[in-house]
Design a protein around this ligand. Structure first.
Ligand code: PXP
Length: 238
């Protein structure tokens, strides 16, 4: 069965908009697992724009929740990740001005650093993953860095699908990358910008073992939850 990891960063974004405690990312983590998600993804960004250190602490303490912690190569963030012992880590690039993770890691530029980080997590039995662009060069490099998994950045194909543009070339590239990665012993994950349509397209690639999806699921859940919340208020003020 292909696994689904849910990124709950945007629950924290909404909470932080009021500097308060609601909605609570820990409660969201428990809910998504109870609803059938296989794991929860949280990204502790250097600017702490959504998930905070205390969220990482509380969520990683929940033994029933498989936690995939996304982190940059920053040494302070790395220490926090090692201290909290998530089940999985995914190394991602981070750029202060970006709205979201805009591309994959620059593996050739950071290879020594990444290799060292991977070995630190492996010593603690934490599954490692590298968020990369779908290129053959990066798949080969990822293998050399001894990661357990790779997560292919699906932002480009998602944008093409949403814009009703031809996505065939990007799909062929993703398929080639998945085949090669699986052949050389890397577990393949995919994520970024996925919605129902793109996920249906990528689901056909049998090497993809895990999808990590955030923004669309949280956005869609607003519509499916509005009805019940409004009805509750109508009852209260009747
Ligand atoms: N995977 C990784 C590595 C990410 O950085 C993100 C975005 O934070 C996602 C998956 C989820 O992307 P989206 O929120 O667009 O579904």
């Amino acid at each position: 069965m292909t696994r689904l990891g849910i990124n709950i960063d945007h629950i924290a974004t909404i909470r932080n908009a009021r500097g308060s405690t609601h909605p609570d990312p820990l409660l969201a983590a428990k809910k998504v697992i109870n609803s059938g998600a296989n794991s929860v993804t949280i990204h502790l960004r250097e600017d702490r724009r959504h998930i905070k250190d205390s969220d990482v602490f509380k969520i990683c303490k929940e033994k029933k929740i498989l936690v995939n912690l996304e982190i940059s190569l920053n040494s302070k963030i790395l220490k926090i990740a090692l201290r909290n012992q998530p089940n999985f880590i995914c190394l991602v690039p981070e750029n202060r001005k970006e709205i979201t993770t805009e591309g994959g890691l620059n593996l050739s530029k950071n290879k020594n650093k990444i290799k060292k980080i991977i070995s630190q997590f492996k010593k603690k039995n934490i599954r490692t993953s590298l968020f990369i662009n779908p290129t053959i060069k990066d798949i080969k490099l990822a293998k050399k860095l001894d990661t357990d998994c790779i997560e292919l950045h699906t932002g480009k194909i998602s944008n093409l699908v949403k814009a009703n543009k031809n996505f065939y070339r990007e799909l062929v590239m993703i398929k080639k990358c998945c085949k090669l990665a699986s052949l050389i012993g890397l577990e393949v994950h995919a994520g970024h910008g996925l919605d129902y349509k793109t996920t249906k397209i990528l689901k056909k690639i049998k090497q993809i073992e895990e999808f990590n999806i955030g923004h669309f699921i949280i956005g869609e859940s607003i519509f499916y939850g509005l009805d019940k919340t409004i009805k509750t208020f109508k009852k209260i003020i009747k």
